[in-house]
Design a protein around this ligand. Structure first.
Ligand SMILES: [Zn+2]
Length: 269
């Protein structure tokens, strides 16, 4: 899962949006292109956080969530789904929480106890990644982000499933080739999913509850909370960068219509 960091494109995406709801992604809906773009900016902290782990985690999330090139449903209509991520490290804890649904705060820690597993608030913006989870390679970060988007685990018995979905939990029973040990009996030691095999499938995107989003013009939050500006500097995209995502980095995502809408909203209050 190779990816690149487009440092030169820093600060090109500044999302100026009125307050509305909190969640783990800010959505922009383009009716003409029938496309919905999910924006998330990660702020990493924690005793085990390093610039490399922050980058690797964000790259993994970006690669997997853009991989299926699938679509989401909104009000019965199909929209292509794109995911754009950026990140910052904040070891000194100097960045206050903006409250924006686009801003997700993640601690990277060494496990305190054996068996500690990474976690994320459901439909939320706060998570903890443990270094014991092979961050950047095991698909764990993308799985946790899926919880942030509101997805729960799939059923634990998946012996008939093909490629494992991103929301298969550790311990899920899968076809032998997706096990830690392909020759182990299902449920025996080594006889459950090796998380590295998980992928974000088109059917996983379809489970995102975009219908719950209250769009203001073309923007909205997946989850509860506030729609608020957040810098999308230091964007991380999968390689090769899909042209449809690249254009977002080259121009402001805001249409003139939306700016006017925001102005009038500001004057009203
Ligand atoms: Zn989980």
């Amino acid at each position: 899962m190779k990816s690149i960091s487009l440092n030169h494109a820093s600060a090109l995406l500044v999302l100026l949006i009125p307050a509305l709801s909190e969640g783990s992604a800010l959505l922009m809906k383009d009716e003409k292109k029938r496309e919905i773009t999910f924006f998330t900016r990660f702020i990493y902290r924690g005793k085990a956080m390093t610039p490399k782990l922050a980058l690797d985690s964000t790259r993994e999330i970006a690669s997997l969530w853009n991989e299926s090139k699938g679509s989401v449903m909104y009000r019965g209509r199909e929209y292509r789904a794109k995911f754009v991520f950026s990140y910052a490290t904040d070891a000194g804890n100097r960045m206050p929480d903006s409250g924006s649904c686009a801003e997700n705060h993640v601690m990277i820690e060494a496990p305190a106890a054996r068996g500690d597993r990474s976690f994320y608030s459901m439909s939320g913006r706060f998570g903890t990644f443990y270094t014991s989870d092979d961050l950047g390679r095991s698909t764990t970060t993308a799985h946790e982000y899926g919880h942030g988007l509101g997805l729960d685990h799939d059923p634990y018995e998946q012996l008939n499933a093909g490629v494992p979905g991103i929301m298969f939990a550790r311990g899920t029973l899968v076809k032998s080739r997706y096990q830690w040990n392909p020759s182990a009996a299902p449920g025996a030691a080594g006889g459950s999913i090796k998380p590295h095999h998980r992928r974000v499938r088109a059917e996983d995107l379809r489970k995102l509850n975009v219908d719950s989003v209250g769009f203001v013009g073309s923007v909205g939050c997946l989850g509860d909370g506030v729609l608020r500006m957040v810098s999308m500097s230091n964007p991380v995209l999968p390689e090769p960068v899909p042209a449809s995502v690249q254009h977002l980095l080259e121009s402001s995502p805001f249409s003139p219509d939306l700016s006017e809408e925001m102005d009038s909203e500001a004057h009203d209050h």
